[in-house]
Design a binder for this molecule. Structure first.
Ligand code: SAM
Length: 212
């Protein structure tokens, strides 16, 4: 379902960059070390980079600064408009989503930050299978996203959000598709990737998967 969250992101687009700077108390921990998280994804990338869920273009900007060719995919029209204002004019930011997109001719690294949880686990598997076809041996997927070690860790986080009165955060955690590390590990391994997980804050992990 590529367009399920489009309306939400069209509305959020104009204030999104204040959230990543930690200005909203409910999401402060979600975006803790945001710059380092983007930098880590950039450092793990190489060659021609395909980026999903570009948003306002913050990761794209860093990838370009590091000298990579970037081809961005973003379903929300408002997010695309803001990204295009912030990025050099010749960067391709194309309408599409994790599952429905026109791929560039050669891709070395597929990246995404704070976005893969918009797919159900079944859709995540379909997406990773597609990317496995796109990448050569040694090609990479580098995703940063909220993911939980197990059910207990997820339940405790929802409970803690509710106790702090963070009802919007608790609602997000319960209505979007935040998965568990063993589920992601199986999805990657079943599609010929070797994967490592690195924790960046209470919520976000960087998943670095290399095609075997
Ligand atoms: C929380 S923002 C993250 C933006 C940016 N990557 C960052 O790290 O700041 C999530 C982005 O994912 C996009 N998105 C939502 N569903 C998507 C999907 N199915 N495929 C690709 N992108 C999606 C949203 O439109 C939004 O721009």
């Amino acid at each position: 379902m590529g367009t399920e969250f489009n309306e939400l992101f069209d509305e959020w687009a104009h204030t999104y960059d204040s959230f990543v700077q930690g200005e909203d108390i409910q999401y402060k921990e979600v975006f803790a070390h945001y710059e380092e998280i983007l930098e880590d994804v950039v450092n793990k990338s190489f060659g021609n980079v395909l980026e999903f869920g570009v948003g306002t273009g913050n990761l794209t900007n860093r990838l370009l600064a590091a000298g990579y060719n970037v081809y961005g995919i973003e379903p929300s029209q408002e997010m695309r408009a803001i990204a295009k204002q912030k990025l050099p004019q010749d960067v391709s930011i194309i309408e599409g989503d994790f599952l429905n997109f026109v791929a560039p001719s050669h891709v070395d690294t597929i990246v995404s930050t704070y976005a893969f949880h918009h797919l159900t686990d079944e859709e995540k598997n379909v997406a990773i299978a597609k990317y496995s076809q796109l990448l050569n041996k040694g090609g990479k997927i580098v995703f940063a996203d909220t993911i939980f070690v197990d059910q207990e860790a997820y339940d405790k986080t929802v409970e803690s959000a509710q106790e702090q009165g963070f009802h919007q955060l608790a609602n997000d955690l319960q209505t979007e598709y935040y998965t568990r590390i063993p589920v992601m590990q199986s999805i990657f391994e079943n599609n010929s990737f070797q994967v490592t997980f690195t924790r960046m804050n209470h919520f976000v992990w960087v998943m670095e998967a290399t095609k075997q």
